[in-house]
Design a protein around this ligand. Structure first.
Ligand code: UGA
Length: 453
């Protein structure tokens, strides 16, 4: 049987487990956390991701998915072992490889008694040089075997977006497989054979280090695109332009593409900020001053503060009741890691506001923020409750639920003379103005005061 072992059951591990089992492959998920293992074996998803609950339930019902804390579960059947553990990074951008190392130790031990050829594949995001310089020696030392000759080794980065994980896995634009040799690459590639590569790109075969850098280059490029359009948004406000029109014109050019050109309050999540910082820090270690990466992060840090700057350009925050709509770093996820909402809440806590009320449609997101901030702010369970009697409201996440709110809803529930700052550009300024809301939409203005001298 061509079974697959996946070590680590975060978004990536579980996402691929769901994707492979949807294509009829048998998967063994390994995690140290017994609660996660139990949840999966009960047919439930331990993460809040669209479609994941159904996919996990169906895979467990069909006996295609088993979770365990023991790597030997299903070992006899497995041909490919994917490492999908977290690679957290400190404030200087040094990535923590402890989980990758520990996964490599357990896999190496399991390989020791093997007669079968199996291939190990790193899917966790790791700095170039990690798979051949850190993972390979551990596997060889623990197994007493030789990489290439006795077992295969690959690095195959993932490009999935949270909230879209399953869709991105099953219909990828590309699949990258870097390997120590062709036999390793062939073994890992087989698992992807039923995925529909939408634009017909072949699987991109590379060496290990190239595959590792492709991942960082891709995330850094997209993050840079977001910082770029955010910089244009700030200039648009000064020049009396709507950045949406600029982005639209840029986006129709095939050389640019329209994606990742939505101006907003800065990028968050567990990937863009961490990956750009990690690459910047790795660049420093080889004495290279990576200026584009640095600028991408600097623009983003400033952008996270722009929402409150817009508020303060209309009104002081002192003594005001402020409502924040959106805590997750983007819609359709409960994830608040590096979310702009955290920066805004912390900045507001330093101001003399009367009350800060927050709401996110995801209960996961509300709980995460509660863990971090505690009782210093009020947690609402609906937009209506959050906006009640608020003087100022900020849209921080572009949830569909918020897009559907009418101007009259704000007028009805907020205090007199409501102020609204829309950092996600989801509302029509004119409609809100007509309804009596003072609104500022990030990235646009009617100012005509600047005239070049
Ligand atoms: C990102 C990448 O898009 C995935 O390809 C990659 O696999 C993943 O990181 C990872 O490394 O694991 P993700 O962090 O889930 O995925 O989120 P995105 O949808 O890419 O959004 C990232 C941030 O950029 C969000 O805060 C979002 O609001 C912001 N963004 C995105 C904008 O402000 N404007 C845009 O036009 C697009």
């Amino acid at each position: 049987m061509n079974a697959i072992t996946i070590v680590g059951t975060g978004y990536v591990g579980l996402g691929y487990a769901a994707g492979f089992t949807k294509k009829g492959l048998k998967v063994f998920c390994i995690d140290l956390d017994e609660t996660i293992v139990e949840t999966i074996n009960k047919g439930k998803s331990p993460i809040d991701e669209p479609g994941m609950d159904d996919a996990i339930r169906s895979a467990v019902d069909k006996d295609l998915l088993t979770a365990s804390t023991d790597i030997m579960e299903g070992w006899a059947d497995t041909k490919s072992i994917f490492i999908c553990v977290g690679t957290y990074c400190d404030e200087e951008g040094n990535i923590d490889l402890s989980q990758v190392r520990s996964a490599a130790h357990s896999i190496g031990k399991a390989l020791r008694e093997d007669r079968e050829y199996r291939a190990v594949c790193v899917k966790s995001t790791v700095i170039p040089g990690t798979t051949d310089g850190v993972v390979a020696p551990i596997l060889e030392q623990e197994s007493g075997k030789k990489v290439g000759a006795d077992f295969g080794l690959c690095m195959s980065p993932e490009f999935l977006r949270e909230g879209n994980a399953l869709e991105d896995i099953l219909n990828p634009d590309k699949i990258v497989v870097g390997g120590v040799d062709q036999k390793s690459i062939n073994t890992i590639e087989k698992n992807y054979r039923d995925f529909e590569i939408t634009r017909g790109h072949p699987i991109i075969e590379t060496d290990l280090r190239t595959a590792e850098l492709i991942k960082y280059a891709q995330n850094s490029f997209l993050a840079m695109k977001v910082s770029f359009i955010n910089e244009m948004a700030n200039l648009a406000e000064e020049f009396g332009v709507n950045v949406g029109d600029v982005a639209k014109a840029l986006g129709v050019d095939k050389r640019i593409s329209s994606m990742y050109l939505r101006a907003g309050p800065g990028f968050g999540g567990s990937c863009f900020p961490k990956d750009v910082l990690a690459l910047l820090s790795a660049a420093k270690k080889v004495d290279y001053n990576a200026q584009m990466l640095k600028a991408t992060l600097n623009v983003n840090d400033r952008q996270k503060r722009h929402g409150l700057e817009l508020v303060e350009s209309i009104s002081s925050l002192e003594g005001k009741t402020v409502a924040l709509l959106g805590l997750a770093f983007k819609p359709n996820t409960g994830d608040t890691r590096e979310s702009v909402s955290i920066t805004v809440i912390n900045d507001l806590l330093r101001k003399e506001t009367k009350k800060i009320s927050v709401y996110d449609p995801s209960e996961f997101a509300r709980e995460e923020i509660y863990e971090l901030i505690g009782d210093k702010i009020t947690y609402a369970t609906s937009a209506k409750q959050c906006l009640a009697k608020a003087d100022i409201a900020l849209i921080l996440t572009g949830w569909q639920e918020f897009k559907e709110l009418e101007p009259s809803f704000f007028v009805e529930h907020m205090a007199e003379n409501p102020i609204l700052v829309d950092t996600r550009r989801i509302y029509d300024e004119t409609e809100f103005q007509k309804a009596g809301v003072t609104i500022k939409v990030l990235g646009q203005s009617n100012r005509k005061d600047f005239v070049p001298s």
